[in-house]
Design a protein around this ligand. Structure first.
Ligand code: SAM
Ligand code: SF4
Length: 357
């Protein structure tokens, strides 16, 4: 499996919890940036870019750039006939015409950034949409017959009660999504949120919310397949699995990350620099790291432990398995493997540091 990621670094406003490489004052670069992406992709194709099994267009806010131009860029990426092609969408931007352009470019999945269905939580997160925008975006996705879509939600914002969160999950489920990603709000270094400890999420509160999400999503027929991801059967994101199974992927655009056989690299961070380097036909790689065999194995186990594949039972010492107790269970079909239980998923990081070296 081979994946392609395209980064779109523009946003209309900066959410104070977000550490992604995005800018609110560079919209004038849009066309030059899309041209640079097209050129970088064409050069990679010429140099033998593998055929993509999945393409993911993320950001930033891909729905801020003209949809027909973005679709034209996506259309230049060689892909298998049944490739999964996802675009991340902000609900307030989505229109039927936009999604039609995406479909014309081969897009067959959208990931909609819902975050919350509660007005005061959306305000606390600094979001510009409301729940009606979300319902309209989902209607639009259905009207263009997209075969699948995801809704992203975040739990743990300041002022969000457990009841608010339950109402968010229920509101999301009322839209009958095939896939939901629920992320605990993370305090990222360097963000405005990091400088305001009073607004930082509480671990116990987030654990209660995780359990509420797990029980409601599971009851609605969405099975957990990675700590933060639930899907109806057959609607799991294939792109996600490329990352978790340490397969190869190529990122295009500023700040995009790539991986090939243990070598990881990332592009220069700003769109300005990226455009200039592409125009000068110079490499856009900012830096790289080479993982050795042991690092790759350890990282691979940490990633797969977070998924429903779990790890070989032998990846833990017997004493560790005893210690983690009901936080792990036998894999449902493979007795030689273990998977995290819902209680274990809450402690995934703590458990993964106990994997054998
Ligand atoms: C980088 S955003 C891009 C998508 C789109 N611009 C949006 O915000 O909806 C992708 C997803 O990352 C998640 N995310 C971003 N920052 C986060 C944080 N600090 N903690 C938890 N989730 C976060 C959000 O759920 C968001 O939908
Ligand atoms: S969370 Fe999404 S909309 Fe907000 S700044 Fe980050 S990328 Fe932009």
């Amino acid at each position: 499996m081979f994946g392609v990621y395209l980064h779109i670094p523009f946003c209309s406003s900066k959410c104070d919890y977000c550490a992604f490489a995005t800018w609110t004052d560079r919209h004038h670069l849009t066309e030059a940036y899309l041209d640079a992406l097209t050129i970088e992709i064409a050069r990679a194709v010429e140099a033998g870019l593998p055929t993509a099994d999945t393409i993911f267009v993320g950001g930033g806010t891909p729905t801020l750039v003209p949809a027909d131009l973005l679709a034209a860029v996506i259309a230049t990426i060689p892909r298998t006939p049944d490739a999964e092609v996802t675009v991340e969408c902000n609900p307030d931007d989505v229109t039927v015409e936009m999604l039609r352009s995406f479909v014309d470019g081969g897009v067959n999945r959208v990931s909609i950034g819902v975050q919350s269905m509660s007005a005061h939580v959306l305000e606390a997160l600094g979001r510009t949409h409301d729940r009606d925008n979300v319902a309209r975006a989902v209607d639009a996705a259905r009207s263009v017959e997209l075969p699948t879509f995801n809704l992203d939600v975040i739990y743990g914002a300041a002022g969000e009660s457990v009841a608010d969160w339950e109402a968010t999950i229920d509101g999301v489920l009322a839209l009958d999504p095939p896939h939901v990603s629920a992320y605990g709000l993370t305090v990222e270094a360097g963000t405005a949120l990091a400088a305001q400890p009073a607004r930082h999420p509480d671990d116990d509160d987030q654990a209660d919310k995780y359990e509420a999400a797990e029980s409601r999503l599971t009851a609605a027929g969405l099975a957990n397949y990675e700590v933060s991801n639930w899907a109806k059967p057959g609607h799991e994101s294939r792109h996600n699995f490329i990352y978790w199974r340490q397969q190869n992927y190529r990122g295009f655009g500023c700040a995009a990350h790539s991986h090939q056989d243990g070598r990881r690299w990332w592009n220069v961070r700003t769109p300005d620099r990226y455009i200039d380097l592409v125009a000068a036909a110079r490499p856009v790689e900012a830096s790289f790291e080479q993982l050795d065999v042991d690092q790759r194995r350890a990282e691979g186990q940490q990633l797969t432990l977070r998924t429903r594949d779990g790890v070989a039972r032998s990846a833990f010492d017997p004493e560790t398995l005893e210690l983690v107790g009901e936080m792990v269970a036998s894999h449902p079909t493979d007795p030689d493997r273990v998977v995290l239980t819902p209680a274990g998923r809450l402690m995934a990081n703590e458990i993964s540091v106990r994997l054998r070296d």
